[in-house]
Design a protein. Structure first.
Length: 404
């Protein structure tokens, strides 16, 4: 019925033999590379360099529980939102675009693909989606590409003319031909960069550093039996306060072996004549340290748009209860992100199909928004001064078409 997802073959490929197998163009580059980020890829002349971005991801996602949970919470919630395909005439129950995103490639389903896409956008401010076509130009697969490996190649007019995907010393270039883009580039707004987006991690960089430093300080405190520091005062005969080198080394070795570490927590200390333990209480700065860590965690959560209450951060009284915070999280963070990304993907795929289609989240199937949607349906349904067509528009539905 539909001849969708079809592109015209480029003129230069006519008459040449094309492989039947469908695979990502960057697959051979990554073959044999099991793990490890590519630190050699840089973006000269831009505000976001790959080495800096990789280290920021390590510090703010791989090494920070607040950033990790915030990214996972947003990406998983957005990827789980059901999507619908509709055009100006109808909403489709079955459509090639739905089939494509339901099974985008042999290794991933829809939720896995979009979770990776959202996570890349949150961590780097950029997300890249590759379309793999068969020999006749029909799009068969979609693949998410790593943002730290991608570089925009601008033309003389400043607009991108190609994308370079680099893995170590290997490189693949995606060319833009006849306005058709083999890569969908989704980016967050960046006020000082023309080609790359701004990551929430960059905005929360100082908060991430403070939170990580506080975690290192807490670990050092635990390594010292989780006690405040103290001093051993030596008073020798006739008021002499100095120890011999042998006595000092023996005392230091005994302290490290028997009175430090979690295993020795609470163990009584036996001091010989002339030695006296003077515990030191927490200073006012030590007492405020935990509050500083909680404030840094709150800033990280705010940068990502996650209510601190959902992350278990104490001291947040913005929302009356957890349900209200969860509803605000979906309404202010998850829904705008999912709507923007799905619209960008639909616009990109529209270059491969005849006619425009709209890919959007189905709000009626989101449990967190069920109460709001029920109230909206009841309010609009009871509005007698609105026609059926106007009610459908307000509810995000396509207009009724006779015979459809």
């Amino acid at each position: 019925m539909f001849d969708f997802l079809r592109r015209t073959r480029p003129p230069e490929t006519a008459g040449t033999h094309l492989p039947e197998a469908k695979a990502s163009a960057v697959g051979p580059l990554t073959a044999g590379r099991i793990r490890g980020p590519d630190m050699a890829v840089g973006r000269a002349g831009t505000g976001w360099a790959a080495p800096e971005g990789v280290s920021l991801v390590r510090a703010g996602f791989l090494g920070n529980p607040v950033g990790f949970r915030a990214v996972r919470l947003i990406s998983e919630a957005a990827a789980a939102m059901p999507l619908v395909v509709q055009d100006c005439a109808r909403r489709y129950e079955s459509h090639p675009v739905l089939d494509l995103i339901t099974r985008p490639n042999p290794a991933q389903g829809r939720a896995e693909l979009f979770e990776a896409l959202y996570a890349q956008l949150l961590l780097s401010g950029n997300a890249y989606l590759e379309a793999v076509s068969d020999p006749d130009g029909t799009v068969q697969e979609l693949h998410v590409l790593r943002s730290d490996r991608m570089q925009v190649v601008p033309g003389a007019d400043g607009w991108p003319v190609a994308y370079d995907y680099t893995v170590g010393a290997a490189k693949h270039r995606f060319h833009l031909r006849d306005g058709r883009v083999p890569v969908c580039h989704i980016r967050s707004f960046h006020p000082t960069d023309d080609h790359y987006g701004l990551s929430p991690l960059e905005a929360a960089r100082r908060a991430v550093e403070v939170h990580n430093a506080a975690s290192h300080w807490s670990k050092a405190l635990l390594d010292n039996a989780a006690r405040p520091s103290g001093a051993i005062v030596y008073k020798g005969e006739n008021g002499h306060g100095s120890m011999s080198a042998e006595q000092f080394e023996r005392l230091q070795a005994e302290m490290e072996a028997h009175h430090t570490g979690a295993r020795n927590a609470g163990r009584p200390m036996l001091l010989e004549g002339g030695l006296d333990w003077k515990p030191m209480g927490f200073s006012p700065s030590d007492m405020e340290f935990q509050k500083t860590k909680e404030a840094a965690a709150r800033e990280i959560a705010i940068a990502f748009g996650v209510p601190p209450m959902l992350l278990g951060i104490p001291g947040d009284a913005t929302y009356a209860n957890y349900q209200e915070a969860n509803r605000a999280f979906y309404r202010l963070t998850v829904l705008p992100l999912a709507a923007r990304v799905s619209a960008a993907v639909a616009h990109w795929l529209s270059g491969c199909i005849p006619g425009e289609v709209d890919l959007k989240p189905d709000l009626d199937q989101v449990p967190a928004l069920a109460v709001e949607r029920e109230q909206q349906w009841r309010r609009i349904g009871a509005a007698s001064f609105l026609s059926d067509a106007e009610k459908r528009v307000l509810l995000g539905l396509p207009p009724l078409v006779e015979g459809a």
